[in-house]
Design a protein around this ligand. Sequence first.
Ligand code: THU
Length: 160
Amino acid sequence: MKSLKIESTLDIFDSMEALPLEVLMLMQRAIEARKNAYAPYSEFNVGAALLLDNNEIITGSNQENASYPSGLCAERTAVYYAASQYPSAKMLTLAIVGGSQLKTSSVPIPPCGACRQAIAEYEMKQASPIAIYFMGETGQVLKSDSLKNLLPFMFDKSAL
Ligand code: THU
């Protein structure tokens, strides 16, 4: 038997202030968007801001539902809106911020598995990487140069 080793490398910024200015501004848009989260069930609010190559910034927040699976994460809200409104624009950078309503956390909040799969689809479609920055309410910001780092061994159309 052989084994297959999968490695990912992410960059760590000590705080939001250490981000390049353009990314800092994008993260600030995600923080603003997070205020529009509708999360009465999980009490966990997430905001996302997506920079497109046409210079538009699309924001999203998580929207929950009494029928739990009908809710949608912040990232997919933003990504699907962007793809719907600007189908030929490339997605360049996604900033994500999340945390509980009940406590202040400094744990960086990465996109969930379903959001990774959704983002992967557009990264494949546009054939260029989407940089992803994510953080908690305070503290470190993690950066992945591409969605691929976050979803190794992904399922995509090449398998169909
Ligand atoms: N959530 C997001 O919006 N993005 C993620 O990537 C992780 C989870 C939302 C979904 C749900 O409304 C709440 O956070 C708790 O899971």
